[in-house]
Ligand binder design. Structure first.
Ligand code: SF4
Length: 454
């Protein structure tokens, strides 16, 4: 087979606001590993890597805020037509276009790229994906494959980018897809891309933190979420592989912050996550590294033993998925009840954690949610001494909740995904008004002051 080379691109985010809360294209890095394993040469361009060493020659890069997170550099751009009525500035976040084009021209001069692969995440960020693809086309003129969550969720819209679309979640379909679409002759493989391979962080010149996934899948069925549809069953990465990834990549970049972005890391914790924690402690990684769980762990699955291990292992961020109080807790899937959250907060405090490390996600603007549901969720958190953050609801196309909203006529089902952006929904969607959401944010601000008493 002719030696192939592919450019992997993590595209721009275009939105009214964006923050680098440990965003890394982990799926794309597994694509890189799988293709490397099959003999393909890969090159990475992560337009959203704030720690890229070349950025400072082109733009001012905001410094890190906490644990490697921070604001992205941005350029103000024209709003998409569907958002023209929103009285806010629209921005492209990430690598400046001039640097992106310079990098692509250098790649073209080197003359050996056969194709590009662009990934995607949130559906309402698609204008950024399309702009990224347009510029790759202008500069490189090679076939482009477009994959990731947006493509799976909105394949017809994704086709308008002019790229070939890869609509599978499971990367084991990718080699055959590339052979069919690009006429390549990649060999078949028995390797399990998740269990046997690691995300290809070695492709970066620099990173500020490491994001890892130790499990795939989630057994819950929350009506507002689509994550549980991605995988038919859960997969657990071998503990020794997880530890090897932590050690190898933290040394490679001299970084301190390790972030686990699993959807359900406490499932089967006795046989998996607990062993990872014990190994982190046994190897002394807790003395040089800080760990973070930003993806809303399941309060009802937290035990005192796991909590004590989290404390000893030097976890600095623990987010609990709470979402709301009231009857919606049960009707949206029943993953957590007030008593689960209260018990988890008590367990964590007993281990030594405070509101500086522990906080709960509370969703605002859920269908049928009352202002009182949000306020009482805030009150519950404040009463047990944990912090909280309000997340505005986004109806994800294809979820049970979205289907219900369409059936009831609250959504047409034909909305442009950019209009489903959670930060602009209150401007047009007849659920909570803009003022109601602002009032709840103000209520949260006041309540947060009481946390200092703990
Ligand atoms: S528990 Fe979390 S990941 Fe699982 S379905 Fe619910 S919201 Fe999604």
């Amino acid at each position: 087979m002719k030696n192939r080379k592919i450019l992997l691109v993590n595209p721009w985010i275009e939105d009214f606001a964006a923050y680098d809360y440990w965003l890394k294209p982990v799926g794309l890095l597994y694509v890189a590993s799988l293709l490397k394993h099959l003999g393909v040469e890969v090159e990475l361009l992560d337009l959203m890597n704030r720690h890229n060493l070349e950025l400072r020659a082109y733009t001012k890069v905001p410094s890190d805020k906490y644990y490697g997170t921070g604001k992205f550099p941005y350029t103000e751009i024209k709003k998409p037509d569907a958002l023209i009525f929103i009285p806010r500035r629209y921005k492209r976040y990430g690598m400046p276009e001039a640097l992106f084009r310079d990098k692509l021209r250098k790649i073209r001069e080197d003359g050996n790229i056969d194709a590009a692969f662009v990934t995607s995440t949130l559906t309402y960020w698609y204008p950024g994906y399309f702009d990224t693809i347009r510029i790759i086309k202008e500069e490189l003129g090679v076939p482009i494959v477009f994959g990731g969550f947006f493509v799976r969720n909105q394949p017809r819209l994704a086709m308008k980018s002019g790229a070939h679309i890869f609509t599978k979640t499971d990367l084991s379909y990718l080699p055959t897809y590339l052979n069919n679409v690009l006429g390549w002759e990649l060999p078949s493989t028995n390797v399990d891309w998740f269990l046997d391979l690691s995300p290809a962080y070695e492709l970066y010149d620099n990173i500020g933190y490491l994001v890892l996934i130790t499990t795939l899948g989630c057994p819950y069925n929350c009506t507002y979420c689509i994550a549980h549809r991605n995988w038919e069953r859960m997969k657990f990465k071998p503990v020794e592989k997880v530890i090897e990834e932590i050690e190898r990549f933290s040394q490679m970049y001299q970084i301190k912050d390790i972030v686990f972005f699993d959807d359900a890391i406490l499932i089967n914790a006795q046989n998996h996550f607990k062993i990872i924690l014990k190994e982190i402690i046994a190897r002394g990684l807790n003395r040089k590294l800080r760990f973070h769980l930003p993806n809303g762990i399941h309060a009802k699955l937290l035990t005192q033993e796991i909590s004590d291990l989290l404390y000893e292992a030097n976890f600095k961020t623990i987010k609990l998925g709470y979402e709301t109080t009231g009857k919606l807790q049960q009707t949206t899937g029943g993953k957590v009840r007030d008593e689960d959250l209260i018990k988890a907060a008590e367990i964590l405090r007993k281990s030594g954690f405070t509101h500086r490390e522990v906080s709960a996600y509370i969703m605002v603007n859920l269908p049928e949610q009352k202002e009182e549901d949000v306020k009482s969720a805030i009150d519950v958190c404040a009463s047990v001494g944990i912090d909280f953050s309000l997340n505005e609801f986004t109806p994800i196309i294809g979820t049970d909740m979205w289907i219900d909203l369409v059936n009831k006529g609250s959504l047409s089902g034909l909305e442009d995904p950019v209009t489903l952006n959670n930060s602009i929904l209150p401007y047009w969607w007849k659920n909570m008004s803009f003022n109601q959401v602002q009032n709840l944010k103000e209520y949260a601000r006041i309540k947060k002051r009481t946390l200092e008493a703990y």
